[in-house]
Write a protein that binds this ligand. Sequence first.
Ligand SMILES: [Zn+2]
Length: 120
Amino acid sequence: MLAVCVHCGNIKRTLSAGCVICHFQPHAAEDKAKAFILSTAYEIDGEYRGMTREQLTAIGTAIENGHPYAFDQTEVQSVIAYAKRVLAVPPRRLVIDGVRWLLPPLLILMVAYLLVFWTK
Ligand SMILES: [Zn+2]
């Protein structure tokens, strides 16, 4: 995990932690989205959209040298929209999805268990 501090360019190990150099911690949705884009956690719907570690390190150095990263506002807005969509998934749907995923392997385990049990 690698994340660039949007404020000072410092390389951090976690997204959520505040920056040890400038103490900047993203709170606003837009700042969080920007921090997310400048990290190796940048993944949407299971697809990696982020940059390489080398690119992120180079961006960090540029920010450190007084060249703020030029965010694509469309990209920032789409990350915010994605975060809202993920948070808007009702807990009930998550439970149903969970059962759908868990049921087949559980059934297989039950059948396997019963087969082993009956052969003894
Ligand atoms: Zn910082």
